[in-house]
Design a protein around this ligand. Structure first.
Ligand SMILES: O=C([O-])CC(=O)C(=O)O
Ligand SMILES: [Mg+2]
Length: 598
């Protein structure tokens, strides 16, 4: 409903003011940067803007436009100027008071899914207030809009469905994907998160109901990374589902058929990727999320050299785990190359992390990556991955097939390999048993234990189990959040090794530099930046990640490191390079503070 002209009027101080503030220029031109169509940036915050460029007889629609609605925070003057008199109760609330009221209400809901639904309703009603809440209460609300609650929301997406969010593209749309992209109301898209719903967290195939994931990830792009909401596009590609329960569920929202595979699948995805580039240009970031293993690796291999694309489960997870390991080693001493790693799970996360660790070891020791890989062992559902299994292994597992006799179980693998670091990434809960953790504790003074599978129900062990079964020795982090644990009179604080630490800052760095490709050097840069933000004073409590409450500052540092790498590698198109990249990244970040309307 917003005419194009809003773009010009919304600029407020315009490019001159933006430049004076040392910020990105107002438009997303070919040079990159973050175009600010709606005047959402901090740099122009104090300027009056016009929310509507058409003349209206009633402000009713303004109240129902989530991007511009301020609810009871509209001032007297705004109520007069925008035909809102009588449409609102007389009291005028500040944004802070609105925030306080909603937090108060949210805390009354004891069921996490109720909180999720209340927050989704707020996002649909008043976007700025939603983001203000999320930013100011990130540690409390992250588990609601994101892991673990978002997992339950996806499982029940059909029954809690209210208003569609994001863009749905199905097999039925073959040949028409470009047209569908044009139905989306925004033109200046900078980030797309796309899933086909085949492997939603550790919950498996949720088909079209996976949409909760791109929606949730993109709300973090804005809240944690400062990308503008209008520049973010969640997409679900529905190629069917093999989830029998959903196929029988009368409220299922997707195509009622088995998953398309092979050429039919590849052609649809190819049409999609081409349409994205054609519609949004070379510099739109495409984040692949929660695809099945086979497709995830194939899509990444195929599109990483033609698009600005990355896979969060392979690369984002790898980057956050490497950061945690760098911090953990600062706490316990020793070098990365002196460690021995054992993974349970050899899918996207497992092999992605393993490869990034091998790359970093190779970078640190100058040994070839073929050598450093030998420090890393993986266990899959058939046991330890060893040379004698090579022929039958999927190709992404082959680099990890080292010389060793066959070992069937995780426990026996721990005993045989004697790892210093144990990482769970199989999507199967409760697999780090008492025996496994006791074995780790008997082998190591300070075993590093990472239980990465999500949501909480799929975690390899709980934080309490990790500390109790290792008698307080473990350095522990998990993909889903756990509360601090009291053991033997000492409080241990588990870290959350979740890619949410990385992708928002990584994305911001790519966008502000106008990067055209994502490469491994950028992932390593992101890891190092995240590790540098950990607080050494927290190592004593076992906490190897910085607190999420500092995430916007952390994201700015990650963005700056990633952008610096992009410039160094000649992959940045936003020229000239800003001098102070941290300041520049911060100046580009979206602010959820209300604007004053003229
Ligand atoms: O969404 C999360 O919490 C982390 C992630 O990418 C996954 O588990 O697939
Ligand atoms: Mg994921």
């Amino acid at each position: 409903a917003l005419p194009e002209s809003t773009a010009d009027m919304g600029g407020g101080g315009g490019p001159a003011a933006a430049a004076a503030a040392g910020c990105c220029n107002g438009k997303a031109g070919p040079g990159g940067g973050t175009g600010d169509v709606y005047g959402e940036d901090r740099a122009t915050e104090d300027q009056l803007i016009t929310p509507w460029a058409v003349s209206v007889a009633s402000g009713y629609n303004l109240l129902r436009d989530p991007r511009h609605n301020k609810g009871s925070a509209f001032s007297e003057k705004e109520r007069d100027a925008h035909y809102l008199r009588g449409l609102l109760p007389p009291a005028i609330l500040s944004q802070e008071l609105q925030e306080k009221r909603i937090m108060h209400t949210l805390r009354q809901y004891k069921v996490p899914l109720q909180r999720y639904m209340a927050l989704m309703d707020l996002q649909e009603r008043n976007e700025k207030l939603f983001y203000k809440l999320l930013i100011d209460n990130v540690e409390e609300l992250l588990p609601v809009v994101y892991t673990p609650t978002v997992g339950e929301a996806c499982q029940k997406y059909g029954s809690i469905f209210r208003r569609p969010q994001g863009l749905f593209i199905s097999l039925k749309d073959k040949g028409k994907i470009l047209e569908i992209l044009k139905n989306w109301p925004e033109r200046n898209i900078q980030v797309i998160v796309v899933t086909d719903g085949e492997r939603i967290l550790g919950l498996g195939d949720l088909g079209c109901q996976g949409m909760g994931i791109p929606v949730g990830k993109l709300s973090l792009y804005t809240a944690l990374g400062g990308l503008r909401p209008s520049a973010c596009l969640p997409i679900t590609i529905d190629v069917g589902t093999n989830n029998e329960e959903l196929l029988k569920d009368e409220f299922y929202i997707g195509l009622r058929q088995k998953r398309a595979t092979g050429q039919e699948y590849a052609e649809l995805l190819d049409e999609f990727m081409n349409a994205v580039k054609q519609n949004y240009g070379e510099k739109v970031l495409v984040q692949f999320e929660d695809f099945g293993n086979h497709n995830a690796f194939e899509l990444l291999t195929k599109y990483r050299h033609t698009h600005l694309a990355f896979n969060d489960d392979i690369q984002g997870t790898a980057s956050v785990v490497l950061a945690g390991l760098i911090s953990a080693l600062r706490a316990v001493g020793g070098k990365l190359a002196e460690q021995k790693f054992l993974f349970l799970g050899a899918g996207e996360a497992g092999t992605g992390i393993a490869e990034l660790i091998a790359l970093e070891m190779s970078k640190q020791t100058k040994a070839p990556v073929e050598e450093t890989r030998k420090k890393i062992w993986l266990v899959d559902s058939k046991g330890l991955i060893v040379r004698s299994r090579l022929e039958s292994l999927q190709h992404f597992k082959k680099p990890w097939a080292h010389e060793h006799e066959p070992v069937k179980t995780l426990l026996d693998s721990v005993k045989a390999i004697k790892p210093t670091v144990l990482i769970g990434s199989s999507g199967v809960g409760k697999t780090f048993t008492k025996e496994v953790l006791e074995a780790m504790a008997s082998l190591n003074e300070k075993p590093i234990i990472l239980a990465l599978s999500n949501p909480t129900s799929q975690s390899e062990c709980t934080a309490e189990e990790a500390y109790t079964w290792t008698k307080g020795k473990a350095i522990f982090a998990s993909g889903s959040p756990f509360d601090p644990v009291n053991y033997n009179g000492k409080t241990y604080v588990p870290g959350q090794a979740n890619n949410a630490y990385i992708f928002p800052g990584l994305g911001l760095g790519l966008i502000i530099s106008g990067a055209i490709r994502v490469n491994d050097g950028m992932l390593l840069a992101a890891s190092e930046a995240l590790a540098s933000q950990a607080i050494p004073g927290n190592f004593e409590k076992g906490l190897i990640y910085p607190p999420f409450s500092n995430i916007r500052k952390i994201s700015a540092h990650i963005a700056a490191s990633v952008a610096a790498k992009a410039y160094e590698l000649g992959l940045a198109s936003h020229l000239p390079r800003p001098k102070d990249l941290v300041k520049y990244a911060e100046s580009c970040m979206y602010s959820p503070v209300y604007r004053n309307y003229r």
